[in-house]
Write a new protein. Structure first.
Length: 247
């Protein structure tokens, strides 16, 4: 398959000029793979959180009595164990004080809203869960809605990857235009689309080990992407010089 032939060329530093023949669909595929790999730490963390949430049904009878009135939690403070995480009910901590929550808190009913670990922005007002206004409705939600939770998570992950995809596409397009401009100033025959195509392969291959490492260490080693300079510089040297025209 031609797709893998280009990977071989990149890894062996051979026939770089022929990257101009890369089909545009391969470029789009590379950016999609790159988006998924970059999102991998977030996806694995979110799925781990969801798997922990699924055990809520086992402790439903331990949920304390409470009510949500006028956007505020009214009830006792209690911690419930969910595997290695905890579910917290508290009237003493607000959304502005989530720094007081430990790393073991997965989900919390705060005085003025809810807290969800590993979700961007983390806190939401109680209007976000309007159907849950007391312990009985929470128990009912756990028993009836947890089965469809993975569907909602799939939608959330899809939207997340799509946003990353368009961000990377725009960023790499701008980078390709910049590199093409620099090459042109250096007197090389260049085209931004060639830079775009080869760059998609470079970044996708580098993101593969980085994404896997980050999924297990929760750290994304952006510094490794500096190694992208090696094939970029090599490609630059392979660009033919522009012929001088005589007036």
């Amino acid at each position: 398959m031609k797709y893998f032939e280009f990977i071989k060329r990149l890894a062996t530093f051979k026939k770089y000029p022929l990257f101009r023949t890369v089909p545009f669909r391969y470029l789009l595929l590379n950016i999609l793979l790159l988006s998924i790999l970059i999102s991998l730490p977030f996806i694995t963390s979110l799925l781990a959180t969801v798997n922990t949430f699924s055990s809520l049904s086992e402790i439903g009878d331990e949920i304390p009595e409470f009510q949500i009135a006028n956007g505020e939690y009214q009830g006792e403070e209690k911690r419930l164990n969910l595997n290695d995480q905890q579910l917290l009910f508290t009237p003493d901590i607000s959304q502005d004080d989530t720094a007081e929550l430990g790393d073991d808190i997965l989900f919390a009913f705060l005085s003025d809203g809810i807290y969800i670990k590993d979700i961007q922005n983390g806190t939401f007002s109680y209007s976000f869960i309007g159907d849950i206004n007391d312990n009985e409705s929470l128990e009912q939600f756990v028993s009836s809605q947890m089965s469809s939770l993975y569907f909602y998570i799939f939608i959330y992950i899809t939207i997340y990857v799509v946003v990353i995809y368009f961000f990377i596409f725009t960023l790499m397009l701008m980078l390709s235009l910049l590199l093409s401009f620099i090459a042109n100033l250096a007197g090389r025959k260049t085209d931004y689309m060639n830079w775009f195509k080869i760059g998609s392969y470079i970044m996708m291959l580098l993101a593969l080990p980085i994404g896997i490492i980050a999924a297990y260490t929760e750290t994304f080693y952006w510094v490794i992407l500096v190694t992208a300079l090696i094939p970029y510089i090599y490609y630059f040297k392979k660009l033919p010089k522009q012929k001088k025209t005589h007036s």
